[in-house]
Design a protein around this ligand. Structure first.
Ligand code: ZN
Length: 117
């Protein structure tokens, strides 16, 4: 599941940033996922990597948007789901051409709610 490493990096960098800001506890984290990310896998990854960080007790809220991809070869456009992604590659269902998915834009941090001091 490609969600694992992406969520791990997000939690690590967020935890580092929160430490610099002097924050101690996060109440809620809101993410926006492209349809190439499974919501269930995001929750699993969050439950795995949040403990021990400032996000340990945070509620994870996931918004979703459809990831549309147009084939370079045949121009076929479709919505890509998480099970269509294999090692950052997506095959065109029309002609079979492989495209690399830029995952950097697939998961966005929308908002972080901190505990009131
Ligand atoms: Zn194609």
């Amino acid at each position: 599941m490609h969600e694992m490493s992406v969520v791990q990096h997000l939690i690590e960098s967020l935890d580092r940033e929160l430490a610099q800001q002097g924050a101690t506890r996060v109440l809620q984290v809101r993410l926006r996922r492209g349809s190439t990310f499974s919501e269930e896998a995001l929750h699993q990854a969050f439950a795995l990597y949040a403990p021990g960080t400032r996000l340990a007790e945070a509620e994870l809220v996931v918004e979703s948007v459809a990831t549309r991809l147009t084939c370079d070869r045949c121009g076929h456009t479709r919505t890509v789901a998480s099970q269509d992604v294999v090692h950052h590659l997506v095959a065109c269902p029309s002609c079979g051409a492989l495209q690399t998915l830029d995952e950097a834009h697939e998961l966005t941090l929308v908002d972080v709610t901190l505990e009131a001091p």
